[in-house]
Design a protein around this ligand. Structure first.
Ligand code: MN
Length: 235
């Protein structure tokens, strides 16, 4: 058995004061050959260190808006609820993971968090700050593609998928504004938003703005992304 252990950042339900997980993240990692493990929310350095020893890669899941304080802004009214416990844990865990060159995949909030944590900024609310005719906040079912992204040539995503354009699902009201100098764009939406990124100098640190956890059953490209992540975690 050679299933890498993938640590998943839990989602947080404010009303129920409960940690939770979408099955798509878990099942998608299982299907890609990994073993998913939902982590606790903690800032304890010893526990975070232990997680980096135990896990072979980390999945930064979707969820709350990233706190604008992380990129030096105050929240506008249209900014959604934030989850300080996640921001704090992910910041520390990401630093440890990067130190160790561990594979990290950020999905939705995950790509936004990567960008904000690495010195970039976000649109706090797309409809207000960057209105567009492109649907970025679709209604269910979430496994249906609603807009296209152009994949940047010669990026790892282009190498993996071997297609110039991809139709993706889209369920986000925030997005990358100024790209972190440590990240390189791998895909742009039709209205010019950064929808996929990677860290050039790391073996596998990727972020996607769309949702492979909803589409891996129906979209081969989503399966390939999850498989590439799990494969990177095997080394
Ligand atoms: Mn989108």
């Amino acid at each position: 058995m050679n299933r890498p252990l993938i640590g998943l950042i839990p989602l947080y339900d404010d009303e129920k004061e409960s940690l939770w997980m979408l099955p798509g993240y878990m099942d998608g990692i299982v299907s890609a050959g990994g073993t998913p493990l939902m982590l606790p929310l903690t800032e304890d350095e010893d526990m975070l260190g232990q997680m980096t020893e135990l896990c072979d890669g980390f999945l930064l899941t979707g969820g709350h808006d990233v706190s604008p304080a992380l990129y030096g802004e105050t929240p506008i009214e249209a900014c959604g609820a934030c989850c300080p416990a996640r921001d704090a844990m992910e910041k520390k865990l990401l630093a440890l993971a990067l130190e160790r060159d561990m594979p990290v995949l950020g999905i939705c909030r995950g790509i936004q968090f990567l960008n904000a944590a690495l010195g970039g900024t976000l649109y706090q609310d797309l409809p207000q700050q960057r209105p567009s005719r492109i649907e970025h906040h679709q209604k269910p079912p979430y496994d249906i593609p609603v807009h296209k992204v152009t994949i940047v040539e010669k990026t790892p995503l282009a190498e993996l998928l071997q297609v110039p354009v991809l139709a993706v699902n889209s369920y986000h009201h925030q997005a990358v504004k100024e790209l972190s100098p440590q990240l390189t764009a791998m895909a742009y939406s039709e209205d010019g938003l950064v929808e996929a990124v990677y860290m050039k100098e790391k073996p596998f640190v990727w972020g996607v703005q769309w949702h492979p956890e909803f589409s891996w059953k129906t979209e081969e490209s989503s399966r390939k992304i999850l498989e590439q992540f799990v494969k990177a975690a095997k080394k």
